[in-house]
Design a protein around this ligand. Structure first.
Ligand SMILES: [Cu+2]
Length: 125
């Protein structure tokens, strides 16, 4: 009588552990991987009365995102100057753009409004 009463909760516990183990096995990428793909920020900013992107050059991994944030009092663009990469977006006042790079390569861009306002994203595996 007492043995039969005890057996049931133990069986339920084993089933519970097996179920949670299979959930863990099918869950997506671990924390370490997520950290390496966190977004990188590039600011549109004013330095010595000139608008610039800073950092001018960023290095990221495939699948990582670049966020351009406009901290200036003017509108800008992020416009590709690289063959095979079509990108031309307006970066309005106080706004951000974000783009996830899915291919390795070197991607140069400029602001269409301000000569010399350029940047580069280097994407590697
Ligand atoms: Cu600009």
């Amino acid at each position: 009588m007492i043995r039969g009463f005890l057996r049931r909760p133990i069986v339920l516990m084993v089933v519970g552990v097996a179920a949670s183990a299979s959930i863990l096995a099918s869950s997506p990428s671990p924390t370490a991987h997520a950290a390496s793909t966190s977004p990188v920020k590039v600011l549109a900013k004013e330095v010595n009365s000139k608008y610039v992107f800073g950092p001018t050059k960023v290095k990221i991994k495939v699948g990582q995102t670049v966020i351009w944030k406009n901290t200036t009092d003017a509108a800008h663009t992020v416009t590709s100057t690289t063959a095979g990469w079509t990108y031309d977006k307006k970066l309005n006042l106080k706004k951000s753009l974000q783009l996830t790079f899915k291919k390795a390569g070197t991607f140069h861009y400029k602001c269409s409004y301000h000569a010399g306002m350029v940047g580069t994203v280097i994407v590697s595996h």
